[in-house]
Design a protein around this ligand. Sequence first.
Ligand code: CTP
Ligand code: CA
Length: 226
Amino acid sequence: VERALVGGPLAGKRVLVTSGPTHEPIDPVRYIANRSSGAQGTAIAKALRALGAEVVFVTGPADAAPPEDVEVKRVETAQEMLAAVEAALPVDAAVFAAAVADWRVASASDSKMKKQPGEKGGLPVLEFAENPDILARVSQMNEGRPALVIGFAAETDDVIDNATAKRKRKGCDWILANDVSHATGIMGGAHNAVTLIDSEGAQSWPRMTKAEVASRLAERIAQTLG
Ligand code: CTP
Ligand code: CA
């Protein structure tokens, strides 16, 4: 397998991919999380590897099995994901496909929280803290920034406008925007319909499988890295 891949357009390039959700513990048996199957991130890692890249795959707890022949770093929380990403640098390109939880529980309990039977006051109140924005941190690095930083923007309303603003705010080079409203069937499905936004503007790709989105993205990365 290794030998067949040598000489692809991404041979000699190291690329980082984040994928899957993060889980933020409430107590030892409960967590909050974002919805993510990890399918798109996994497909991207596979496509990059198929073009010869050395791939570091940082994944939260996802359903999809990680691709073969890539370096897999398994994490649980956003803070762990940030640490794994920083440890993987430097890279030539980084693709942030993970659905990172924006908030964690400020002080997760070491003991299992028990139901409090009774009429009043039995409901827990959770306090949240903001998680680090991994994509923004890497995009805004002064030294050792990857030549190409790519984010995703899963939106349900004003998809292009929100994603365009998000690209500017975070400082990444490209954003792949997708409409994840229930009706689109994208969450958990095999297909995706993305719009690639770069400094030049927005380019909508036709609806295709997540594997096809991944191949097209990997080809574009290869062209850009030269
Ligand atoms: N992302 C990240 N770290 C975070 C949050 C998001 O690396 N803590 C990355 C995601 O992997 C994705 C991009 O940032 O590539 C956009 O994520 P998204 O949730 O759409 O953006 P947010 O800035 O969190 O905005 P929103 O309020 O819409 O959730
Ligand atoms: Ca978010």
